[in-house]
Design a protein around this ligand. Structure first.
Ligand SMILES: [Zn+2]
Length: 367
């Protein structure tokens, strides 16, 4: 048998008010650090981070990044970074900012640290980053040669983020168990191009169980106002599932249909701008139908989606039209994703169209 590969960040630290201690955590790695953040996050966290770093004699340089990570944006980041001396790149922000930091760490051959400010996906623990073209189409998935040396998940910060980010993160994480299972069943490759490790699968499975056990309780505990939430045990567990277990589960366990479908959704008006995790959540429903799961199993998951606000149909994902041509186009692009081969039987575009139609009619039955 070919070797398995399991990869992960060097260290994962999760807890309350960690930003106050960021300098201490970084001091083992560098004394000159380049931070990447967007303008909004910069205003929010920069004073705390600068004071924490100065307390440890760490010099900081800052680059602001807003918008889409295109190949041109990566070149611009590289040019901006040329004037700074730095041994380490730390990205503070959401998925796009973390991806910008990964691109900069990759191109400058420096270690990378992720400090997520929202839990909208598992990007912090993943070595992958996504490059878009000017039309918001997914153009390329690139890989840092090494995973992040450190991931700092500050739950005080994450609890303050608007809840729709966390709902998207749940959507991105829920699918990992089913995707890793299909990857294993089909002898597919994980994100290291290797045979999936069983540990990746086990973490993905635990990720699903943890979300189902704690998500609703954690979301109920979050105030509707975006500020001032005290973190709870349920929230703590949920964050670990959404960021850590999900990331390790997919990189080492592998992906399948649910993530392949994001390639199709990125081509459809309305869906193209949906959060990644919401697209994955709908993609998971399609995958479960393709797996020929029982109607009761899918209905149970659909009611969970209903309760927490995940999309159950293409129109809930944002599609402005719901005709067959749109489904066909999504299916055709989905079939170009490499992970679509990680399935227990060979799929074609017609299978995907039929599964999408079946999920839509099951959802209508629920009403
Ligand atoms: Zn994902």
């Amino acid at each position: 048998m070919s070797p398995i590969v399991f990869g992960s960040p060097g260290r994962y630290i999760q807890g309350e008010a960690l930003l106050d201690r960021l300098g201490l955590y970084l001091s083992g790695y560098a004394n000159q650090v380049l931070f990447v953040c967007d303008a909004f996050v910069g205003k929010l966290v920069k004073p705390t981070i600068v004071s924490s770093c100065h307390g440890q004699n760490i010099r900081t340089a800052w680059i602001e990044f807003d918008g889409e990570l295109t190949a041109q944006a990566v070149d611009r980041l590289k040019r901006e970074a040329q004037s700074a001396d730095f041994q380490l790149v730390v990205a503070v922000g959401g998925g796009k900012t973390l991806d910008a930091g990964k691109a900069l760490a990759h191109s400058s051959n420096r270690p990378f640290v992720a400090v997520p400010t929202v839990a909208s996906n598992d990007s912090p623990t993943s070595k992958n980053y996504v490059i878009y073209d000017d039309n918001h189409h997914l153009a390329e998935v690139r890989n840092m040669p090494r995973s992040a040396v450190l991931v700092i998940a500050d739950t005080t910060l994450l609890a303050r983020a608007p809840r729709h980010f966390l709902i998207a993160g749940i959507g991105d994480a829920l699918s990992k168990y089913f995707e890793a299972e299909q990857c294993m069943k089909s002898n597919g490759a994980n994100l290291f191009g290797a045979r999936p490790s069983y540990s990746g699968f086990v973490l993905a499975k635990a990720c699903y169980a943890t979300i189902r056990e704690y998500a609703e309780h954690a979301l109920t505990g979050l105030p509707s106002a975006p500020q001032g939430c005290a973190t709870t045990v349920a929230f703590d567990r949920l964050i670990e599932a959404v960021i850590l277990m999900s990331g390790l589960g997919f990189e080492s366990g592998g992906l399948s249909v649910a993530h392949s479908m994001t390639r199709g959704f990125s081509r459809v008006p309305g869906c193209a701008t949906a959060a990644h995790g919401l697209a994955v959540a709908y993609g998971l429903l399609v995958q479960l139908r393709l797996e020929r799961r029982s109607e009761s199993f899918i209905h149970e998951l659909l009611s969970f989606y209903q309760r927490i606000g995940l999309p159950k149909t293409l129109s809930e994902l944002g599609a402005t039209s719901n005709d067959r041509a749109i489904r066909q186009s999504i299916a055709d692009y989905t079939m170009t994703a490499p992970h679509i081969r990680n399935f227990e039987r060979t799929l074609n575009a017609e299978d995907i169209v039929a599964a999408m139609e079946a999920i839509d009619s099951m959802t209508h039955e629920l009403r």
